[in-house]
Design a protein around this ligand. Structure first.
Ligand code: NDP
Length: 322
């Protein structure tokens, strides 16, 4: 099978297209034939070696496809079914293994491309809005990178909960997309001071929660956008990691909360995985959650996909279609 392999960490050129044997499912595993792979920012951190993986490895964790073969002891799935997961063991490939415990069935009527586009970023948006800071109608949230993969989905979920979404984006074209997703106000954080704007838009009160995936360049001002006892969910570092931080500042800025959540702890049980994936895939199937999937690349072009994501050229979801 064709697969991307990383033999040493580095720039996009280390993503090599190679021929590898189709893996054999072990106990509890399912072999899937991948029809669409979701590209996520985290794979850039692994490629660069910021996050560690034993070498060589095939990157990627999100995909949808068809069940090809069940490993010993697996029940509940059958060959030919369309399935999806965010825990694929190397999804930049034509075939991959998935622990059955982390695999879900794709509802009828949903294409594998849609499932691959929705799973990881959709469940991330779901846990942020339902669990990290359970939003109520009338709450106000600030969402950075509002036209990004997570950003567009989170904005839609925030507004379907009756809360207000203020977003930041880098260009006016992205602002348009963010508005279409439901943002009440979009701030061009490359031109405007977002802290000043958020204060103005909330009559000086600040927001209940900031969902910050940008990190280094936004963190400090994100805290200043919160009302007393507000929460900063720092869930990414697209601009770089946040430097060490003196916790006493949380007191001075209004008894604030900070959390650094990650999806895996929010889908750790089968029931949470089924709740979040069921909601997200169900909403997409009913067209209540809209996906943006204009960026699709062949497996051989995986490097270009990561370059475009890193250079802020993309909006919505990026897919690799083997
Ligand atoms: P996005 O589509 O949001 O892409 C990143 C966006 O960040 C860019 O499009 C850009 O939007 C913005 N950005 C701001 N500054 C920079 C910079 N210096 N370099 C690059 N981008 C920048 O990616 P994803 O939706 O895939 O992921 C968003 C973030 O969320 C990532 O950091 C990812 O690791 C994280 N994440 C975390 C999860 C978790 O559970 N903790 C799960 C899923 C994702 P603009 O041009 O508008 O500024």
């Amino acid at each position: 099978m064709q697969a991307i392999q990383i033999r040493e960490t580095g720039g996009p050129e280390v993503l090599e297209l190679v021929d590898l044997p189709i893996p054999q499912p072990g106990p509890g595993q399912v072999l899937i034939r991948i029809e669409a792979t979701g590209v996520n920012f985290v794979e850039i951190y692994f490629r660069k070696g910021v996050y560690k993986s034993a070498l060589p490895f095939t990157p990627g964790s999100e995909a949808a496809g068809t069940v090809e073969e069940l490993g010993p002891g697996v029940t509940g799935f059958a060959a030919g079914e369309t399935v999806a997961s965010t825990s694929v063991l190397g999804s930049y490939a034509e075939y991959a293994l998935v622990p059955a415990a982390q695999l879900v069935k794709v509802p009828a009527g949903l294409a594998p491309e849609q499932a691959a586009a929705a799973m990881l970023q959709g469940m991330t948006a779901h846990y942020l809005a339902y669990s990290t800071f359970p939003l109520k109608a009338g709450d106000t949230a600030l969402i950075h990178a509002g036209a990004g993969g997570v950003g567009l989905l989170l904005t839609q979920i925030v507004t379907r909960l009756g809360a207000r979404a203020i977003t930041t984006v880098s260009t006016s074209a992205k602002a348009e997309l963010s508005r279409e997703a439901g943002a009440s106000n979009v701030i061009l954080y490359t031109e405007q001071d977002f802290e000043t704007e958020v204060k103005r838009l909330t009559d000086g009160k600040g927001v209940h929660v900031v969902y910050d995936s940008v990190g280094k360049t936004t963190f400090e001002k994100s805290l200043n956008c919160l009302r007393p006892r507000g929460l900063l969910a720092l869930f990414g570092a697209s601009s770089g990691p946040v430097p060490p931080f003196d916790l006493i500042q949380l007191s001075g800025k209004g008894s604030l909360f900070i959390t650094r959540p990650t999806l895996w702890h929010y889908i750790a049980t089968r029931s949470e995985l089924e709740w979040r994936s069921g909601d997200v895939l169900g909403w997409v199937a009913k067209n209540e959650l809209k996906l943006r999937t204009e960026h699709s690349y062949s497996l051989a072009n995986a490097a270009q996909a990561q370059i475009d994501l890193e250079e802020r050229k993309t909006t919505g979801k990026i897919l690799l279609v083997p």
